[in-house]
Design a protein around this ligand. Structure first.
Ligand code: SF4
Length: 168
């Protein structure tokens, strides 16, 4: 059975910058939990940041730079957390990730623009980008239906005759 790397805050763990969680209640997640498929992970905590911590945003993409709202450079912790996320996915055999949208670590597709003015920009968070770079698809909480489809496809046995021109 395929495993899924999941943002720990979705699972009720109080690991967010403000000491809270982002519990995601969805019957499919409960089912996956019961089946032992969920691999909880918080890249910011794994990377060495504390709870609570100041909010951070990505200020540069190439090279990556992340600062907190006081201007302290937290890039090393973000990069380390991203590397550990990839390691965790590989060691547990996770085929994909369900990560919290808009987080500077976990967000896929869009994150805040680095100016702390509540404005989004179409870029991945540091961990989401690293997972994608290693071929691990990332879904957010609004994409659970796509994630379910993806996992179903991964687990559907291939038809041995599908590429056989003489079949049928
Ligand atoms: Fe949740 Fe990811 Fe932020 Fe950790 S880094 S609190 S898992 S969104």
């Amino acid at each position: 059975m395929k495993k899924i790397l999941v943002s720990a805050c979705f699972l009720g763990q109080k690991v967010r910058y403000d000491g809270q969680h982002s519990l995601l209640q969805h019957p499919q997640i409960q089912k996956w939990q019961q089946e032992g498929r969920i691999v909880p992970f918080c890249p910011e905590i794994a990377g060495g940041l504390a709870i609570p911590r100041l909010p951070s945003e990505i200020t540069s993409r190439h090279p990556v730079m992340v600062v907190n709202i006081q201007g302290d450079d937290v890039t090393p912790e973000f990069l380390h957390g991203a590397e550990l996320a990839v390691e965790k996915a590989k060691e547990t055999g996770a085929c994909c990730a369900l990560l919290k949208s808009r987080s500077p670590s976990c967000g896929n597709r869009e994150t805040y623009n680095g100016e702390f003015n509540n404005t989004l920009t179409p870029c991945n968070g540091v961990t989401a980008a690293e997972l994608l770079r290693h071929g691990i698809p990332v879904f957010n909480e609004r994409e659970i239906d796509h994630l379910i489809e993806f996992i179903t496809m991964q687990e559907t046995p291939e038809d041995p005759n599908s590429n056989n021109p003489h079949s049928g």
